[in-house]
Design a protein around this ligand. Structure first.
Ligand code: ATP
Length: 199
């Protein structure tokens, strides 16, 4: 089994996230990709950061028709701080013998060497970095070269889908059209629950 782990705030999950997960699954022959939403920190307000259960539900809606994609509530249910190191340990126990692939967008790859116990993470997984904006490929390849002394690094070749959750939240709050960036069921959920200041 080749299992992908894809963490983030997913606030909300958008087409860039789905594109990253699907293109990594195809390019690296993954059997499944698990989206792992992180917990909301206590000082964040509702208007900028949807509740854990809403972000989880939006992920479930966005992944429900894709057999490759799964959602894990591990970090939301766990009391300790959501360090990726512990999430990787959890997946190692859940899938003994499986090969694990940690998927990250370019911004996350570039700061990966600041992550808690990143060398230990790299001894347990293959890190897969994927572009999130045109032109970031060179920086990705350079960082991958530096990190290779600690483990396996792969760089995806799919062209990026340039969108961010921040941009989408701003559009929603300004009552601008945002539907084209999200799964249609997620759009309906945001409107129904009036998330991010939607009217
Ligand atoms: P925010 O704008 O709220 O910071 P975000 O859009 O960056 O959100 P996150 O949930 O923080 O999304 O990101 C989770 C993971 O998805 C990270 O590894 C990030 O690099 C990656 N990612 C986010 N957007 C894209 C995109 N458009 N293309 C590729 N990867 C992306």
């Amino acid at each position: 089994m080749r299992i992908g782990i894809f963490g983030g705030s997913f606030n909300p999950v958008h087409n860039g996230h789905i594109h990253l997960a699907v293109s990594a699954a195809v390019e690296f022959s993954l059997d499944k990709v698990y989206f792992v939403p992180s917990k909301r920190s206590p000082h964040r307000s509702d208007s900028e950061y949807a509740a854990d259960e809403d972000r989880l539900e939006m992920l479930r809606l966005a992944c429900r028709d894709a057999e490759l994609l799964e959602v894990s509530s591990y970090e939301l249910e766990n009391d300790r701080i959501s360090y990726t190191y512990y999430t990787v340990e959890y997946f190692r126990e859940l899938f003994p013998g499986a090969e694990l692939f940690l998927l990250v967008g370019s911004d996350m790859l570039l700061s990966f060497d600041t992550w808690f116990r990143y060398k230990d993470i790299l001894s347990a997984v293959t890190l897969c970095g994927l572009s999130r904006s045109a032109g970031d490929e060179r920086a990705l390849r350079e960082k991958a070269e530096e990190l290779r002394k600690f483990g396996n690094i792969l760089i995806g070749s799919a062209p990026p889908e340039e969108v961010s959750s921040t941009e989408i939240r701003k559009k929603i709050a300004k009552n601008e059209n945002f539907a084209c960036y999200l799964d249609e069921n997620v759009v309906q959920y945001i409107e129904l629950k009036r998330l991010y200041g939607s009217r």
